[in-house]
Design a protein around this ligand. Structure first.
Ligand code: SF4
Length: 239
């Protein structure tokens, strides 16, 4: 059941109108997204994911990034690329010890070497396309939770899926002035945007950018590009 904020907090804006306003703002603020590591480009490009070049690089980064700074992950991917080991079929043939040596510097590198090896073997056996379409199999892989799985489906397989995320839940809750869960945020977005993969990518990239730039637990509303739209800013910060 939805936990509502006090009625006076709610915005008069409808959720679908809000989604279109956000999309419009993100389209006009691509530079802000770029600074947060999201490259708004051709819908089918892998470069949305901070300029990574291949599906395999995105999958490898999604295992390495947990509890690790993105800059370190990106350097590790570049090193793998130079060694021509930025490919899951090649990683599947390496031993866990060899993978550990390659990814030292990443937090929990031993656990991640094991996870990477498992992922590489599964992809080799099942095929990447089949795996990404099989949501249950994807989410059963160690180290891949709901958000990562759904982000891979969207950004690698171009499936019309909006990833559940804490950022989407927090930001839509604050903008609309009512508590919205991750699942509710996903449903609102998918019911509004349907199967427009470009808009789904843009919205996810934009929302993560706002979450990492302004909308922290203690939000920096005065700098936020959405303060004029935001119920939280209007009723909590300004009042
Ligand atoms: S104005 Fe404040 S609460 Fe609203 S989205 Fe921006 S940072 Fe979050």
């Amino acid at each position: 059941m939805k936990r509502a904020h006090p009625d006076k907090m709610k915005t008069s804006l409808r959720a679908d109108d809000l989604i279109f306003k956000l999309l419009d703002a993100f389209e006009k603020n691509k530079e802000l997204l770029r600074k947060a590591g999201w490259i708004v480009t051709d819908v089918n490009s892998y470069e949305w994911w901070d300029n990574l070049k291949t599906a395999d690089e995105i999958l490898i980064s999604s295992i390495l990034v947990q509890m690790t700074k993105w800059e370190i992950v990106k350097k590790t991917i570049e090193k793998l690329r130079e060694l021509n080991l930025n490919r899951l079929d090649k990683i599947a043939e390496l031993s866990e010890n060899e993978i550990e040596e390659l990814i030292k510097g990443i937090n929990f590198y031993k656990t991640k070497a094991r996870r990477l090896k498992k992922l590489a073997v599964i992809v080799k056996e099942k095929g990447l396309e089949n795996l990404l379409k099989d949501e249950k199999a994807l989410k059963d892989i160690e180290g891949i939770g709901d958000e990562t799985a759904e982000a891979l489906q969207l950004f690698v397989a171009n499936l019309p899926v909006f990833p559940r995320s804490t950022y989407a839940s927090r930001i839509l809750s604050r903008l609309l002035g009512e508590e919205i869960s991750k699942q509710e945020a996903k449903k609102i977005v998918e019911n509004t945007i349907h199967d427009d993969v470009y808009k789904l990518k843009l919205l996810h990239a934009g929302i993560v950018t706002i979450g990492k730039t302004y909308c922290f637990s203690k939000p920096k509303c005065n700098s936020c590009i959405f303060k004029d739209l935001c119920a939280y800013y209007k009723h909590v910060v300004k009042s």
